[in-house]
Design a protein around this ligand. Sequence first.
Ligand code: SF4
Length: 478
Amino acid sequence: MAIKTKQEYIESLKQLKPTVYMFGEKIENPVDNPRIFAGINTTGATYELAEMEDYRDMITAISPFTGELVNRFTLPAQSIEDLVMRVKLNRILGGYTGTCFQRCTGLDCLGALSIVTHNIDRKYETHYYDRFIDFLKYMQTNDLTGNAGVTDMKGDRSLSPHEQEDKDLYLRVVDKNKEGIIVRGAKAHQTGSLSSHEIIVLPTRALREGNEDYALAFAIPADTKGLIHIVGRSSLDTRELEGVDCGNIRYSKYCPTLIFNDVFVPRERVFMCGEVEFAGEAVGRFSAYHRQSHGGCKAGKIDAMTGAAQIMAEYNGTNKVGHIREKIVDMIHRAETLYGCSLAASYEGKKEPSGTYFIDPVLANASKIHEGKEMAEAGRLLVDVAGGYVANLPSDKDLKNPEIGPLIQKYFKGVADVPTMNRIKMFRLVEKMVLESADTISDIHGGGSAAAHRLTIYRESDINYKKRCAKRLAGIEE
Ligand code: SF4
C-alpha cells in the first residue's frame, strides 16, 4: 500500500511500542494521549490531503525508485517541479493546520542523504547509497513518516565533540560488530518523533579529524529498544490535557528529547560511519532544505493568521477602520515575501550527481532569516487587530458552568449578528497561533539559529562577483 489514509496512518502508529515519558510518567499508549495525539493529528493532515480530490494530484507523484504513486513527503526532489511543489504543499498545509505538521524534517533528511551517501561512495567506494535507496523504497512503499534526529545536546559549545568531558553529549558510536553499530547520546527538539515511524539521524555539525565516532547517519524505527522519547512541556499543553480549547481543531506541535541508550543499529541502516569530512555536508544540506520548507509552511500559517485577523476585525466591528486594514496588508506582504524567497530557492535549484535536486542555499537561508523576524511581527499585528481578550478569556469550563456561562455569553458579545461563541473560538485560535511555544520558537531556531543562516549566506554567496561589480563602477582596474 503506497498511499495511506489518515486513519491507516494513525492505526500504523498504534502498532509501534515506543518508550515514552511525559510530565514524569511513562505513557503506555502515546497515540491515545491527548497532548501527543494533537501532534499526530497534525501530521495526519499530510495523509488526509492525499485523500482529498483537490489536492491528491499535488501531494502524490510517481517515484522513480519504486515506479509507484507515493506521497511527496517520502520523495527527495527529482526535478525543479518537485522542489517547487514542496513549497506549495507546505503553504497549503500551513494554512490547513495553522501550526507545524512535522513531516518535513524526515523528508529533508531523505533529500540530504540521497545526495551525501552518493558523494561518500564516490570517494571511498562504500555502499551507503544502495543501502539508503533500499531504506527510501521502504519508506515510500509503506508511506511512512520520518523524524530528523539532527540536533545534539552539544554540551560546552566551545569544545568539539571528542573534547567534551562527557563524550556522550554528542551522539556517537560506542561499539561495532559485523551486524551493526551501538550508539549512545541524545538528540533535542525532535519534531514529532512520536508522529513518526522512523528516526533518521544525521550529524549535527561539521566535524574534523578526531571526531570519527560522531560522524554518523542511520535510520531506526521509533520504537527501537533503548530509544526513549521524553515529551517536554509547552506553553499551551493545558488546552489538550484539560480540554479547554473551546472547540478549536486539535492541531499542535511537540518536540521530544530523544535518548539513545546504547541502541543497536543494523548495518544495512547505517548511511555514514566515520567519514568526518562529509558530516558538514550532510547537516548543511539538511538545514538548507529545511529552511526552504519553512518558507512554505510559515507563509501558510500567516495565511491562517491573516484570516483570523480579518475575522476578528469583523467580529469586533473594526473592519472598516483604516489602520486595521493596513495591518492586515502588512501581514499579507510578509507571507508573500517568505513564500517568494522559498519559491525562488526552488526555481534556482540544481541537479546533484546522485540525480537529486538541491535548492539555492542563499535564497533558502534569506527566507529563513526573514521568517525569524517577520513571523513575530505577523503575530504582533494579529494580536493588535484582535484585541486584548486573547490573553484572559474564560475557559471552556467556565462557559459550561450554568451560573456564569450565560453571563460570559452576554458580556463577550461583539457585533450583534455574530454568535458570541464564534468570537470566543476565534480568540482561542489567535492565542494558539501566536503563543504556541513549540511552533513560535521554531520561527527563530528551526533548521538552525539565525547566526547559522547568516554564516551560510556569507559562505555560499559569490562575494568576489559583488566586489567586481563595485570595482568596475568605481573605475578601479586590476
Ligand atoms: Fe515542516 Fe519545519 Fe514547517 Fe514544521 S516547521 S511544518 S517541520 S517546515
